[in-house]
Ligand binder design. Sequence first.
Ligand code: HEM
Length: 159
Amino acid sequence: MSLLDAVLTAVLVLATSIWVGGLVAIMVVARIAARTLDPAARVALFRGLGRVYLVVGTAALVVGYAAGGVLVRHESGGPLLVATGLVAVALVAVLAVGVEQARQMTRLRRRSVEAAGDPALAARLAEQVRRGAVRAAVLRAGLGGLSLALLVLGVAIAA
Ligand code: HEM
């Protein structure tokens, strides 16, 4: 292995750790926040966390894609590489949709908190939040599943 490939491998492992570790850490924070914070505090927490993690997570993903992209230059194509490319693109697409949906959820939850004095509006918003939360859970599961798939494919290419 050349020195360049060794450095790129280290960068790829670090970027992957940050990406996957970040997902797991946010899941833990979400569980604890649901148990310990009131709705208004939870909205404020995820507004800040989501925005900052969008920068950190996206940076890790971009660096990982760049390092992985250079490392596969020796590979001669084939179904494994095509599958990896497709999963990588799908992951970015699900991330973009998930972030937009999460922003809508933040707005919806904020309106829901503010509507506490209007029972009819509060009930309507609570139903929208419930349906949105199911969609958010599906998107987050997709994010986790695609991340794991990418990890497995990357290891398979390296093997
Ligand atoms: C790379 C991964 C992720 C990114 C980049 C991300 C980013 C974001 C962004 C930008 C927001 C909206 C903040 C705003 O209002 O501007 C948000 C909200 C939120 N995120 Fe994430 N997020 C990620 C993963 C996760 C995961 C794995 C979970 C939990 C399992 C999670 C739970 C939440 C929750 C609960 C909210 C508040 C909105 C809602 O109630 O659905 N996020 N996130």
